[in-house]
Design a protein around this ligand. Sequence first.
Ligand code: ATP
Length: 222
Amino acid sequence: MIRFEQVSKIYPGGQTALENVDFHLQRGEMAFLTGHSGAGKSTLLKLITAIEKPTMGKVLVNDHDIGTLSRSAVPYLRRNIGIIFQDHNLLMDRSVYDNVALPLLIEGFHDREINKRVEAALEMVGLGDKTNFAPMQLSGGEQQRVGIARAVVARPPLLLADEPTGNLDPKLSMEILRLFETFNRAGTTVLIATHDLGLIARMRYRTLTLGQGRLLSTEAVA
Ligand SMILES: Nc1ncnc2c1ncn2[C@@H]1O[C@H](COP(=O)(O)OP(=O)(O)OP(=O)(O)O)[C@@H](O)[C@H]1O
C-alpha cells in the first residue's frame, strides 16, 4: 500500500528531514510511526499525501509514484486517504453532522447516501446521539471522534493519523486506538504517528522508528 524506496527529503532551506528511508506498509496492515520531535514523522506523512515530494528516492502509494504525480492527479490520490489530525480541524460553526458530511458533499454524493453514511460513521465512533451538537458542546475525546468519523466516512482504504491522541488522557487514547483497530480489522490500512511510547508498547503493532530523519527500526516496541 505504501512503499518508500531510499527516500530522502531535503527542504529548500537545506534541512534534511528524511534520509534513505526504506519500508513497505502492506495493504491491511496497522503500524505506528514514532521518533523524537523533528525526527521527520510529519514529513513522512506529507510525502504519502503528496503535500511534499521526495528529493531523492521513490514514494509509492497504491502503486502511484508520488514523485511523478501531476497536480491534477493529487485529489484522486487523496480520495483514498483518510487523515486525522491532533487538533482535528473541525468547523466550529457547523454541526457534528455537517462536519462529517463534508467529504461526501465535496464528492457529490446524494443526500440520502450522505445521510446513511454519516449516521453509520457517527454510530461507529459512538456519537450516534450527538449528530446535531456543535463541536464546542463536546469533550476533547468526542471532538477527536468526530474527526475520525469524518476521515472514514468516504471509506478510504488508507487511514493516516498525526498525533491523534496528543490531547487526550490515557484511557481516552486507548479508546481511540481501539477504534483504529476496528477499522483495521475491517480491512483499512492504518498508520499512526505518535510520541506516546506507552501506548505503542501496549498495542504491539509494527513500529517505524525515526531518529534524525533515518529509519532506526521497523519492529514492534517490546
Ligand atoms: N517546510 C519546512 N521547511 C524547512 N524545514 C522543515 C519544514 N518542515 C519540517 N522541516 C524540518 O524537517 C525536520 C523534520 O520535521 P518534521 O516536522 O517532519 O518532524 P516531526 O518528527 O514531525 O516533529 P514533531 O514531532 O515535532 O512534529 C525538522 O528539522 C524540521 O525543522
